[in-house]
Design a protein around this ligand. Structure first.
Ligand SMILES: *[C@@H]1O[C@H](CO)[C@@H](O)[C@H](O)[C@H]1NC(C)=O
Ligand SMILES: *[C@@H]1O[C@H](CO)[C@@H](O)[C@H](O)[C@H]1NC(C)=O
Ligand SMILES: *[C@@H]1O[C@H](CO)[C@@H](O)[C@H](O)[C@H]1NC(C)=O
Ligand SMILES: *[C@@H]1O[C@H](CO)[C@@H](O)[C@H](O)[C@H]1NC(C)=O
Ligand SMILES: CC(=O)N[C@H]1CO[C@H](CO)[C@@H](O)[C@@H]1O
Length: 942
């Protein structure tokens, strides 16, 4: 492609005139405010300017206000000393007290050049005071790279300075070999050269609203403080993580969220376990964009409300590296994002079952008792998990032979019952000489720490000293999972647990990988360096008092293979997830690895699934769980979940019951319980309550198991195409503004709507039904009309699940394990839309082999209605042998409302006695349609 194919670029040399504001410029030489002498912008703007000392208020720009003094102790003097404006109106609005005037930032220096795939320009700093004690860069280079029709990269980095960047091994978004053709781009890019300052503006092609624009004052680029503000097209903002946002759509009222991985009981507004500097914005017509800042350093994100919605990023390292995904639909924008960062792993089929776990099994007998009573109660149950107490004094890859003597036998018993076993592993490796020796007695041949020292894989400082922190085992060293050498060592000790200790785990659960430590920095603290006490400290939890950012983690000045811990801190869990995935793969090359992680970064979903950490057994957490899971779906995790019934505190009967009615529809459904020191919270597994509890919870878990063929197909679509599994309603109904703030209901794929009871004593759920045909799952009654809110009667024994017209869903008779379920007869749910039509797909494979789709070991069945009363079932790919044994035994038609007169399968009439109505569902029973054979089902309504 040559430059003439590029879209016409409008290079703006002066002020944007479509915003009304009073403009000031800061004169670089005199440090005074006035019309610049060489100002060539329109005279009106110039005339409106006046000296700030004469009238403060009128000079506050009515554009985004950018805080010039985000650090502490702001007052008028400290503000004006920075050459900024004192904003007296701030009290009423939460707006900052000290704001940047126009002209603080950079200017384009020289020519803007068109490259073969975008634009490039050099920037020069306008002389502004350096506000944080950090080397400021006078010259930058900005590149806009048109990566695909819908994806644009904007990279801004200092000239001639090598800086840390997120390495390719962590996140790889390759530049395409051939640039996209200019006339198909969904965006126009404009560089504002200067006057009052440089900015980059991205618009939808040929349109006026900017999706992303930075032509605002205050851009700062220094070694440890980078700041940029982007104007948003609307205040419909979603994403950024990990935090407990409580609402899916952001509260824009000057909220600041910090991003930096941290081990903490998640409490608003702290930064939590994962780091996901990415958001989605929905414009007022329902179109959306996603913007990623690919940067792993600690940062603050400050949101500002309408009428000037904007985001200010304050990042303390790395570079500015934005990726913009143009959608235009919200679903497309997120899909483009997920495709770029890495589509989610395909989980094994059994992982979609129900799981039990707790921290606080007194011993193995306690756990056996729970396994026993859960089986006896007939609860569907695929996975038993163990938290840290199974280990010998919390030393990784051992098990405590005294308290957990028969663990290998229990695991064997689980396997014989077609159930699975998952163990927790923490990154902190016990380094106490006394206990190391004891551990070697408990587990002959165990010397993980010494081996790690010998292999030189622990995190060290510049004088080669291994960092010692403190986690569950006491003193611990931390492996550097960014070092390729660490992989072999990790695999070796994984094998030790599997083969020598004979614990045949089926998956690994990696926790505490923010990384967490119980001492700040190290057992010796941290040195007073600019890494441990940066000139600007984002509002990360723990830094409030003295500005240190290593609270409950390790010192920032230690060195890892990918960079200084200061830069790569938030990649710790990500790198561990990558090496754990690779190790599992090496351990069993044909098997799909399954890892569940607590800490995550951009793209971790490609290697691991995610749960939201240590929540609380409180009612509020039911609602929040929906928000968190919907966010992590956007972050590229198809399989994610929250501990059902809560982790901290005692669960309560009704709450735990309602939580099962909700959690049965999480992509990952695990009941996990905790303890606090000697206080072991009461058991909360379903059989721990009473028969009534079991009687209510069993049907909803059975419903999950019945729907697993559909859920598994969604997992496949996430893995192959980057779709979301559990998602907000707005993704399916983007032009229905009512959906934009809904976060008490959610969808599984396009077809299932879940409207849970989330409050104590609740019997009515107010549920919104977007315009479509919707049917209640159990009875088939249609919700009329769509496009409005309905009060759903939801007594304790009822849950709200609705099917959307237009979708065919494959189901399977449930058993208490997925192993058994997978052999059972299948059925179809055919939910008709306004035109009496419905379509769907089913993905099948053996549920555990690697990349079955690529390796021609999978089957896809298509369900298609070309016209009313005519359903065609046909395999489009048929390589999974197991599918040959499956038969469709029943078809449930929703939306027909009366018994059809002539039902035929492949032109043969079905006996009337096999057709009946159950509630509003028309059922065709006693069928025997081989799933992989082509079949035509017809019915007539006279
Ligand atoms: C549970 O334990 C009881 C008593 O030890 C035993 O008789 C029974 O067989 C066990 N049931 C299951 C399902 O393991
Ligand atoms: C090592 O463990 C022993 C035995 O538990 C304990 O007495 C000692 O204090 C520990 N040492 C350190 C450095 O934590
Ligand atoms: C490394 O750590 C050791 C022990 O804390 C300390 O004595 C040494 O000064 C550290 N070196 C550097 C370069 O920080
Ligand atoms: C729920 O109902 C019970 C029993 O009527 C009552 O004691 C309790 O206070 C109610 N809780 C709430 C939150 O309304
Ligand atoms: C302590 C607490 O409230 N924890 C969390 C429980 O889980 C939800 C859902 O992920 C989080 O948002 C909460 O912060």
């Amino acid at each position: 492609m040559n430059a003439s194919n590029l879209p016409l670029l409008l290079i703006i040399f002066s002020l944007q005139t479509n915003f009304v504001y009073l403009s000031l410029s800061y004169d670089r030489d005199q440090g005074d405010y006035d019309c610049g002498e060489d100002d060539t912008s329109d005279s009106q703007t110039c005339q409106m300017r006046s000296r700030p000392k004469e009238d403060h208020k009128s000079q506050i720009p009515r554009d985004p206000l950018i805080d010039c003094h985000p650090d502490k102790n702001v007052n008028q003097d400290s503000c004006t000393a920075r050459g900024c404006l004192w904003n007296e109106d701030n009290d009423a609005t939460n707006a900052p007290s000290c704001i940047y005037p126009e002209g603080h930032g950079y200017l384009v220096r020289g020519e803007i050049t068109q490259t073969n795939n975008g634009l490039e320009a050099e920037l020069e700093r306008i002389k502004t005071p350096k506000i944080y004690d950090s080397e400021i860069y006078d010259r930058l280079v900005v590149t806009a790279e048109y990566q695909t029709e819908s994806r644009l990269r904007i990279r801004i980095a200092p000239v001639g300075v090598k800086r840390y960047e997120v390495p390719k091994e962590a996140v790889d978004i390759p530049s395409p070999e051939t640039p996209p053709s200019g006339d198909r781009l969904l965006y126009d890019v404009t560089l504002v050269e200067g006057k009052p300052q440089f900015g980059i503006i991205v618009k939808r092609k040929g349109e006026s609203v900017a999706v992303f624009s930075t032509d605002l004052p205050g851009m700062t680029y220094s070694d440890q403080f980078i700041q940029i503000t982007t104007r948003l097209p609307s205040d419909n903002l979603y994403g950024f993580g990990e935090h407990n946002h409580r609402r899916f759509r952001h509260d824009m009222n000057w909220k600041t969220w910090s991003i930096f991985t941290r081990s903490i009981g998640p409490i608003e507004p702290d930064n939590l376990y994962g780091a996901h500097p990415v958001y989605m914005n929905i414009e007022n017509d329902g179109r959306a964009s996603v913007v990623l800042l690919k940067n792993s350093n600690a940062m603050d994100i400050t949101l500002q409300p309408s009428p000037n919605p904007a985001i200010t990023y304050r990042v303390i390292g790395g570079i500015l590296d934005f990726y913009i995904f143009m959608g235009p639909s919200p679903e497309q924008a997120v899909q483009q994002y997920i495709q770029a960062i890495g589509r989610p792993v395909m989980p094994p089929y059994w992982s979609l079952g129900y799981h039990l776990c707790r921290w606080g099994y007194k011993d193995i007998e306690d756990m056996k008792m729970v396994i026993n009573r859960t089986r006896a109660a007939g609860i569907p149950y695929d996975g038993q998990w163990v938290d840290i107490e199974y280990m010998y004094k919390y030393y990784d890859f051992t098990y405590d032979r005294k308290k957990w003597t028969a663990l290998p036998e229990v695991v064997q018993d689980l396997h014989e019952n077609n159930q699975r076993f998952v163990v927790i592993i923490d990154p902190g490796i016990g380094a106490n000489r006394t206990i190391i020796e004891e551990a070697a007695v408990n587990s002959p041949g165990y010397n993980m720490f010494d081996d790690g020292v010998q292999q030189d894989i622990f995190i060290k400082n510049e004088s080669n000293k291994v960092l010692i922190g403190e986690v569950w085992p006491g003193v611990t060293a931390f492996p550097d999972f960014t070092n390729p050498k660490t992989q072999d060592w990790w695999l070796k000790w994984m094998n030790f647990l599997y083969h020598e200790e004979n614990i045949k785990y089926d998956a690994l659960w990696i926790d505490m990988n923010e990384p967490a430590s119980f001492v700040h920095g190290s057992t010796e603290g941290c040195k007073h360096t600019r890494w441990n006490y940066p000139p600007y400290t984002p509002h990360v939890a723990g830094s409030e008092v003295d500005g240190k950012i290593y609270e409950r983690t390790i010192c920032m000045d230690y060195i890892q293979h990918w960079g200084r811990h200061y830069d790569v801190h938030s990649l710790y869990g990500h790198s561990e997830a990558i090496q754990t995935y690779n190790s599992l793969l090496m351990q069993s090359p044909d098997k799909r690895p399954w890892t569940m992680t607590r800490s995550s970064f951009v793209g971790t979903g490609k290697y691991a699934t995610k749960w939201m950490g240590d929540n609380e057994s409180r009612w509020s957490n039911l609602h929040w769980s929906i928000v968190s899971i919907m966010e992590f779906s956007m972050f590229g995790f198809s399989m994610n979940g929250v501990d059902i019934c809560g982790f901290w505190y005692e669960a309560e009967y009704e709450m735990c019951l309602r939580w099962h009615q909700l959690g049965a529809f999480y992509p990952f459904a695990r009941n996990h319980n905790g303890r606090w020191k000697e206080q072991i919270f009461r058991h909360q597994d379903p059989a721990a309550w009473d028969q009534r509890f079991v009687d209510i919870v069993k049907p909803v878990l059975m419903t999950r198991y019945r729907l697993l063929p559909y859920l598994y197909t969604l997992m496949y679509k996430a893995h192959e195409e980057g779709h979301m599994v559990m998602k907000a309603l707005l993704f399916e109904f983007p032009t229905d503004r009512n959906t934009w703030s809904i976060d008490r209901q959610f969808l599984l794929g396009p077809a299932l709507l879940i409207s849970p009871a989330l409050e104590p004593n609740q019997t009515i759920v107010e549920a919104y039904f977007p315009k479509a045909r919707w049917y209640e799952y159990n009875q088939g009654n249609e919700i009329i009309p769509g496009g409005t809110t309905h009060n759903l009667y939801t007594p304790l024994n009822k849950f709200n699940l609705h099917i959307r017209g237009g979708h065919v869903i494959a189901v399977q008779k449930p058993s208490t394990t997925t192993y058994e379920s997978r052999k059972n007869p299948m059925g179809l749910i055919v939910a008709l839309d306004e035109d009496q039509l419905s379509n769907g797909q089913l993905f099948l494979d053996d549920g555990q082999s690697l990349e079955t789709s690529k390796n021609n070991k999978s089957t896809i069945i298509q369900f298609k209605m070309m016209k009313a009363g005519e359903l065609l079932i046909q395999s489009v790919i048929n390589n999974f042998k197991g599918a040959e044994d499956l038969y469709i035994k029943s078809i449930d038609i929703y939306g027909l409302n009366r018994i059809p007169s002539d039902v035929q399968i492949n032109h043969e009439s079905v006996d009337d006695s096999n057709i009946r109505q159950s509630g509003q569902i028309i059922q065709i029973l006693n069928l025997s349609i081989k799933l992989t054979n082509k079949a035509l089902i017809t019915w007539m309504i006279y």
